[in-house]
Every structure is written in C-alpha cells, then in structure tokens.
Design a protein around this ligand. Structure first.
Ligand SMILES: CC(=O)SCCNC(=O)CCNC(=O)[C@H](O)C(C)(C)COP(=O)(O)OP(=O)(O)OC[C@H]1O[C@@H](n2cnc3c(N)ncnc32)[C@H](O)[C@@H]1OP(=O)(O)O
Ligand SMILES: O=CC(=O)O
Ligand SMILES: [Mg+2]
Length: 536
C-alpha cells in the first residue's frame, strides 16, 4: 500500500489497565496513529517473520547462507547514506539501559555522548514498564524529567549537558497484546516506535536534535525496507521532512551480517550506522545453525570477541559502514563495576578497557557501556584513538577482506559441567528477574539481559541434541543430566535466596520455563515470546 492510500480504519482497543501516565501517552490521536501503522504494515511484518521460518527450514536441511546474488549491484555500487546529523557525528561512548525513570536520568547525565534507551532486551515488557517508559522518554525530551529516590529522598534532575537520546523499540517478533486493532495484537516495534515518534519527534526537532532509533534483531534487507517504509509514512503523516529520522541498525543476527550493505542501502535516507550487537549475534549463530552437525559452540565464556568469526563480522561491519559514510558502533562488554572487591573491580575495568581498545583500534566510531562507571574507561580508549576528531569514518579499512566462510567459522573450545551449570543458574536467575519486571540485571558481576539469557538456554538445547556434544571429561550431555543439574542449581538458588524470596522472585516459574524451552524439540525462536504470556 502506498502512503497515499487510505487504510481501513478498525477499532483500536486498549485492554491494558490504567497506569499513572496512560492518559498522557495513550491519547486518542496517538492510538489512531498506532492503528494506522498497524493497518499499513502489520501484514508485511507477519510475512517477514514467516520468511525467517522458511529460511530456517533451509538451514535445517544443511544450506549455508551467502552474500545474495540478486543484490550484487548494491554491494558493488558507489553510494552513501545521507549525511550524518551533527549531534550523531561523535558517538564514541554510548550508554545503554532500560527506560526506568531514575536510570534514564542517570544515563543522560553519565557523560556518555549518547544514550540508547531500551524498550527491548534491557526492559521486561510489562504493560506498566512500556507506558511509563514512554512517559519517561516524553519528559526526558522536554527536560522536565525528575525523580526522588524513596529510600533517602535523593533528588534526580538533568544536567545542563546531556547525552543525545536514541530509542530502541522492540524487535519485529514481539507483540504488544494490550492494544489490539480489529482484535489483532499490535506489533511491539510499531507500538514503541509509533508512540515515541508521535509524542516527541517535533519537540526533538525544535530542540535541535531529532528522532533517532536503534533497530534490533533485523535479519534481512527486506526487514530493513519495512522499517524504512514505516519511517517514510510516519514522517509524511506528521508533516516532518523525509530523512529526519535516523536509525542505527544492530547487526546482531548472522543473516544480517551477509546483508550489511543492503540494509544500509534500504535505509539510506534514514540510516546513521550499524552496531555490532555481539550477544544476540552469538545467539543467532547458534539458533540458525542449531541443527547442522558441523556447528557446535563451546561454553559461553569461551566464545569471545577474538574468536575468528567474531573478528570477521566486526571488521566487515566497520569496512561496510565507512565505505557508505555511516558510523560503525561497537558492542557491549559484559563486565560491570564490582562493589566491595577492589581486585575484582580492577579486573573488570581492565577487561572492559581491553575490549574498547580493540574496538577503537579496529576503527569503530564508538562503543556501548552498560554502566555509568564505565563511561570514563571507554572514553579513555576512544579518546586515545579518535583524539580531537569526531569519528573514524575516514578510515576505510580497505585492507579488510572477509569471505562468507570467515563469517561462518565455528569457534573452538570445550563444553564443561561448569559451563552447563552457569547457563542454567544464570538463565533461571535472569528469567525470574524478567518475570518480576526487570530486563537487565547483574548476575555474578556481569550484565545479563535477554540476549545473554538466550545464549544460555539455546546452548543447552543444542548440546543435548548434537551427536558429537560431549563434556570435556567425555560424558554425554543427556536430558537426564540436564534435569539433574537443573534441580541442583535450583536448590542452590533456593538456599541462597531463602524460601520467601524464592517464591516472590518467581524462581520456580523461571526454572519451569527454562526446562520447557530446553526440553521442547521445537526450538522457540525467542524466550521472550512464551515468557510474555507469563508476565502478567
Ligand atoms: C546485549 C545488549 O542488548 S546490551 C544492552 C542492554 N543492556 C543494558 O542496557 C544493561 C544496562 N545496565 C544495567 O541495567 C545495569 O548497569 C545493571 C542492571 C547491569 C547493573 O545495575 P545496578 O546493579 O543497579 O548497578 P549499580 O548498583 O552499580 O548502580 C549504581 C548506580 O548507577 C546507575 N546505573 C547503573 N547502570 C546504569 C545504566 N545503564 N544507565 C543508567 N544508570 C545506571 C544505577 O541506577 C545506580 O544509580 P544510583 O546510585 O543513583 O542509585
Ligand atoms: O543488543 C546487543 C547485543 O549484543 O545483543
Ligand atoms: Mg541485542
């Protein structure tokens, strides 16, 4: 449908309960806009999700992805994305975090150049989190956001100088079931994008910035085309100039790595860059090739950024972006500050510094940090390379030669009982926190979010089924071993949390979901899909 055609207007219904800010966010006009997005774009979204499953069936039959022959001209052609807006030219440190009120203020004040406010993997998509998250964005854009910490009355307000706001809506696979159009649940992506854009785009432009987005979990240039069409419609509908929206696409699926040029090309009027979302990338690699016998990943802790397949992907991303005049942003080291243990804290900081040094030296234009305490660490490393400049787009990295085989090189290593236990323990703890409304949590002094939990549960799914998966001591990895370790880890959690916290913290429910995801032969595309049904 072209943007000039009138879509059928069906009833937009809100089934979610009132939240403190629903009157401000869910206005009649805003909901009408969400309805229009749904009518125009939801069928295409569903078709593209179907296409993901068709491709999966081909990988299950042994096919390997490759660069697309039909888009060779795009890869070979000379073109660039639209010029980068001034306030997105220097993104050397980007802080990320959930859209929770206090954290939004802390992130904007953190000293980072930009703040990626996450409605996706760092936020558990409870109805209240989604609506109040939109209100926090609304107030942050207008600089009226404030917060009083209940425990001690500490007041939070924005500093004079704050990070540039970039919003990450949910991925194409998620629904927002509390709003329906003609009885159909709306897409989480269209809901999060639509409400943010409707309420804030004009205000942002008036304040000298713009509506900037991060696009998660995109698997193909056709999915990028859908985003581009959504942007084109949304701008036209609100009377905002074409190309005002600028999007950074997360290259965090193995299939998107084969279509980086094409993704930038589809979005060329709206693209600002690409980002190496390393955690989802590992998950995607595992997920898409889970039924291929020559793909077997070692313990999660052994799949690092220096593994050849990860080096190939990040370097190709830098080369592709810089050829197209776009920013190549690095990813998230999992380490966070360790309280009360100076040695462990110093070790965490040095691991983050090493990660950021490698990214800056490779040519990334910026990187992500998970915590305000890590902003100076990343800043030091990028300052050392970028210095007085703004970015490294002029470093074309023509020396980088990456083939399809390089992207598909399986990392080597071992599978250990400790690795299985960590996956189970961390997976249960994360899902429990998510069910209780927190989408990003510290576990064992590491940042965990939905993407890292996906790796944990899918590794065990594969190890149980892979004909060659063995522990380093030779034992087979069976479902009964998994059940035994799950019981033991759950018992440890119960012991450390205490009976009351164990029940309130929904750990048993989390373990049940983890078990179901692992034992079900039909691999769930995303744990957050069955999880969503249990959130309420
Ligand atoms: C794979 C991916 O998608 S990565 C991107 C998604 N993941 C994320 O964004 C994770 C972001 N990080 C976080 O959520 C947090 O840092 C956590 C959950 C890992 C740790 O949080 P905490 O245990 O609360 O950290 P800690 O107690 O050290 O926090 C100290 C202060 O920093 C604040 N803080 C910590 N992380 C952040 C952040 N990312 N943004 C803003 N403020 C933050 C806390 O709110 C707290 O504030 P206060 O002193 O005013 O009360
Ligand atoms: O979104 C980031 C990732 O690493 O996944
Ligand atoms: Mg991700």
């Amino acid at each position: 449908m072209t943007t000039n055609e009138t879509a059928r207007e069906r009833q937009v219904n809100v089934t979610g309960s009132r939240t403190p800010s629903s009157d401000v966010i869910l206005t009649e006009d805003a909901l009408r806009f969400i309805g229009e997005l749904h009518e125009r774009f939801n069928n295409r979204r569903l078709e593209l999700l179907e296409k993901r499953m068709e491709r999966q069936a081909r990988f299950d039959a042994g096919e390997q992805p490759d660069f697309l022959p039909e888009t060779e001209q795009i890869r070979e052609g000379d073109w660039e994305v639209a010029p980068i807006p001034d306030d997105l030219k220097d993104r050397r440190v980007e802080i990320t975090g959930p859209v929770e009120r206090k954290m939004v203020i802390n992130a904007l004040n953190s000293g980072a150049k930009t703040f990626m406010a996450c409605f996706e993997d760092a936020t558990s998509p409870t109805w209240e989190n989604m609506i109040e998250g939109q209100k926090n964005m609304h107030d942050a854009v207008r600089r009226t956001i404030s917060y009083t910490r209940p425990s001690d009355g500490k007041e939070y307000r924005l500093n004079e100088e704050t990070a540039v706001l970039i919003v990450r809506p949910r991925g194409w696979h998620l629904e927002e079931r509390h709003v329906t159009v003609g009885g159909e649940p709306v897409s989480g992506s269209l809901f999060d994008f639509g409400l943010f854009f409707y309420h804030n785009a004009k205000e942002q432009i008036a304040r000298g910035t713009g509506p900037y987005f991060y696009l998660p979990k995109v698997e193909s240039h056709l999915e990028a085309r859908l985003w581009n069409d959504v942007f084109t419609y949304a701008q036209e509908r609100l009377g905002i100039p074409h190309g005002t929206i600028r999007a950074t696409v997360l290259i965090e699926t193995i299939l998107a790595a084969f279509e980086m040029d094409e993704i930038l090309y589809e979005l060329r009027d709206h693209a600002a860059g690409l980002n190496c979302g390393r955690w989802d990338y590992i998950f995607s690699f595992l997920k898409r090739f889970r039924n291929q016998d020559d793909v077997l990943l070692p313990d999660r802790g052994q799949v690092t950024m220096t593994a050849p397949f990860m080096r190939a992907y990040t370097q190709l991303c830098i080369k592709t972006c810089h050829r197209r005049g776009a920013m190549a942003i690095g990813g998230m080291a999992a380490q966070i500050p360790v309280k009360g243990d100076e040695e462990a804290n110093a070790d965490a900081f040095s691991k983050v510094a090493e990660d950021k040094r490698r990214e800056a030296t490779d040519g990334h234009d910026g990187t992500w940090v998970a915590h305000p305490g890590l902003v100076p660490v990343a800043m030091n490393e990028f300052d050392a390379v970028i210095g007085e400049g703004q970015n490294q787009v002029d470093r074309k990295r023509e020396d980088v030669q990456v083939t399809g085989r390089d992207l598909l090189q399986v990392p080597e290593g071992t599978i250990t009982e400790g690795g299985i236990r960590t996956n189970i323990n961390v997976g249960i703890r994360y899902i429990a926190a998510w069910l209780c409304g927190s989408g990003a949590v510290p576990i064992n002094n590491l940042m965990e979010d939905a993407a890292t939990a996906e790796i944990s549960r899918s590794q065990i799914w594969q190890w149980i089924r892979h004909p060659e998966a063995r522990l380093d001591d030779g034992r087979e990895i069976t479902e009964s071993l998994f059940r035994q370790l799950l019981q033991e880890e759950l018992w440890k959690i119960r012991k450390s949390e205490g009976a009351e916290r164990f029940t309130e913290g929904r750990f048993q429910e989390a373990a049940d979901l983890f078990k179901e995801l692992t034992e079900n032969d039909d691999f769930e595309e995303f744990l957050t899909v069955p999880g969503y049904g249990r959130l309420a």
